[in-house]
Ligand binder design. Structure first.
Ligand SMILES: [Fe+2]
Length: 196
């Protein structure tokens, strides 16, 4: 009997990265977003739509659209994943995307969990707006930041983008929110690809 081993996906190129990402949305977008009443694709497309409606820059819209791509670890070529350490989805997504997109896109993705911890520490109203699933994961992610962590986070040159993308992430969990499809964002993503 021949055992068929599932091959890890090969690394896309700068020419194929947008097709590659669209393929993930098509194949995996209907996956449940654990504890939320929207799918993964709905969540990320709603976050991008909120960014667009809110006047976010193209980089911010792209970050909102792609912020949870790291949840699809089986879709990401293995050399982009961290071996021997916990594979936190925000880092997995950032490490995969940093080969193709500028820091203005990648850093808010890398920091979107940290930004939740930051906002819980500095904004008394923020915690009350989190979904139940986000409250649950907050503790697993380290809880609200300490004063030292807040000070360090505020030195991030992309602080404003990190916070805004996080707020759109929180908004994109509404089963009744209409949103565009992935194809709307292809030209925007293509315009942001950088050679590294
Ligand atoms: Fe998210």
């Amino acid at each position: 009997m021949t055992v068929q081993l599932k091959e890890a996906p090969s690394l896309p190129t700068h020419n194929t990265i947008v097709d590659f990402i669209e393929g993930i949305f098509q194949r995996r977008g209907s996956d449940a977003y654990l504890g939320e009443s929207v799918t993964m694709a709905e969540h990320m497309l709603q976050a991008a739509w909120c960014a667009e409606q809110d006047g976010g820059t193209p980089e911010m819209i792209a970050a909102a659209l792609l912020h949870d791509l790291g949840h699809f670890t089986s879709e990401i070529p293995e050399d982009r994943l961290m071996k021997g350490t916990d594979n936190f989805h925000q880092e997995a997504g950032a490490r995969f995307l940093e080969r193709f997109f500028p820091d203005e896109v990648v850093e808010p993705i890398r920091q979107h969990v940290a930004a939740k911890r930051y906002l819980c520490a500095v904004d008394p109203d923020y915690f009350g707006k989190l979904s139940d699933a986000s409250v649950y994961t907050l503790e697993l992610q380290g809880g609200p930041m300490s004063a030292d962590e807040v000070a360090a986070f505020e030195r991030n040159p992309h602080l404003d983008s990190c916070i805004r993308v996080r707020l759109w992430d929180d908004q994109g969990k509404d089963p009744d929110m209409p949103h565009p499809g992935f194809k709307r964002y292809r030209p925007l993503l293509e315009s942001l690809i950088v050679a590294r």
